[in-house]
Design a protein around this ligand. Structure first.
Ligand code: ARG
Length: 388
């Protein structure tokens, strides 16, 4: 799809040694100042930025540019169904933090700011990468994740997805309880302090125990989940400047937990257990026992968050809001890049309006990217290729 005035960026691997691309800086600044007339004319600002790039290889965003740039990155996140709220993103400017201790305490503050009931979308933006210089990062994929273990007799405990990461942090000296919902420590890496592990304090971790509106036995499954999904390892890029540490959170959509985290066979794999407790006929696929168990599991998740007073959306409501977002953006003359396979919910897809259409697949910037190295660190807790 070709939209006048929109430049499509091919996703190429990030080169941390490369200076800022002045064309990308200009592209962003023009858009940012057009969308925010109160910022005044862009030309004087462009002159300053061009000079800064020529002299230093990079430039420094004003707080307004940082705030709007981060919001644009959310607006451009083609896998996110929750983008109707992109303007409400609270942007915490943490660019001055340097030490691991400082970063850790600001991450705790992030989770406290996101809240423990009326969750609000927040991003903490730490220092940008300087071309050719080492930068701070967090290894974890999310600020809050549960450990995964394989017991000696071959049983899986906890979140299987995090099993290798768990093994790695144990090798660093962390002691997990070996239970199904042990919150992993944060692995903070800085040029100043190297690799440091931090345990999150309880006050930063709101969790919801899972019960079912009708089946009292559901609590016997001993399930819980954390209230705040906070992605920690995606690189935010704004106008050619890269922010490798810019953790952000929204609130949960029920299906993320009920239809994926609890249901995927490489996560908690709970469908067979729930089906057994429901007494379903699992001898044949055609009884749709998996689907029936999935619905009850998802009812339990939505019910529990509501009961706990923790903000969560259901997939029908959020899908409708996404269509509203598309309409709003069309009025503003902007396309909504979207990835169908992520936007359509993992259950009852065709019952929601987002199923019945296609979307432009564009890579617009500002954007969030998951770099290969960041993905490997979050999966395995170690570098795949030797560090430069
Ligand atoms: N799907 C991820 C999880 O279950 C979270 C991704 C971000 N979700 C969100 N609602 N902002 O942990």
């Amino acid at each position: 799809m070709i939209v006048p005035g929109y430049r499509d960026h091919p996703t190429e691997p990030w080169d941390p040694d490369a200076p800022v691309d002045p064309g990308e800086a200009e592209d962003f600044l023009r858009r940012c100042y057009t969308e925010n007339p109160r910022l005044g004319p862009v030309e004087p600002r462009l002159a300053i930025v061009r000079a800064q790039i020529a002299a230093t290889g990079t430039y420094v965003h004003t707080p307004d540019e940082l705030t709007h740039g981060a919001r644009m990155a959310w607006r451009n996140a083609s896998r996110c169904i929750g983008r109707l709220y992109w303007r409400s993103l609270l942007v915490l400017d943490r660019r001055r933090a340097r030490t691991a201790d400082e970063i850790y305490s600001l991450l705790v503050q992030h989770l406290r700011t996101a809240g423990d009931g009326q969750i609000r979308p927040v991003i903490s933006v730490f220092a940008p990468a300087q071309p050719g210089r080492p930068y701070a990062r967090v290894w974890n994929e999310q600020l809050i994740r549960y450990a995964g273990y394989r017991t000696e007799d071959g049983h899986e405990v906890g979140d299987r997805r995090l099993r290798d990461f768990t093994t790695a942090v144990r090798a660093f000296g962390w002691q997990g309880k070996g239970e199904a919902f042990d919150v992993l420590p944060l692995v903070v890496e800085t040029p100043a302090d190297g690799i440091r592990l931090y345990e999150l304090p309880e006050r930063a971790i709101r969790e919801v125990p899972i019960s079912h509106p009708e089946y009292a036995w559901f609590t016997e499954l001993g399930l819980r989940w954390h209230a705040v999904p906070a992605i920690a390892n995606m690189r935010l890029t704004i106008g050619g400047v890269h922010y490798p540490l810019a953790p952000f959170n929204g609130w949960y959509l029920g299906t993320e937990i009920g239809a994926r985290n609890f249901a995927d066979t490489d996560r908690y794999d709970l469908i067979p257990r729930v089906a057994a407790r429901l007494g379903l006929d699992t001898s044949r696929e055609s009884t749709l026992w998996r689907d029936r168990a999935l619905v009850e599991l998802n009812r339990a998740v939505l019910h529990s968050f509501e009961l706990a007073g923790v903000r969560m959306s259901d997939h029908h409501t959020e899908a409708r809001r996404f269509v509203t977002h598309i309409d709003n953006e069309a009025k503003a003359g902007r396309p909504v890049p979207a990835d169908w396979s992520w936007i359509v919910p993992p259950m009852s897809g065709a019952l929601t309006p987002v199923f019945h259409r296609y979307y432009p697949e564009m890579d617009l910037r500002p954007a969030f990217y998951l770099d290969e190295e960041a993905a490997a660190l979050a999966r395995e807790g170690r570098r795949r290729c030797p560090h430069r």
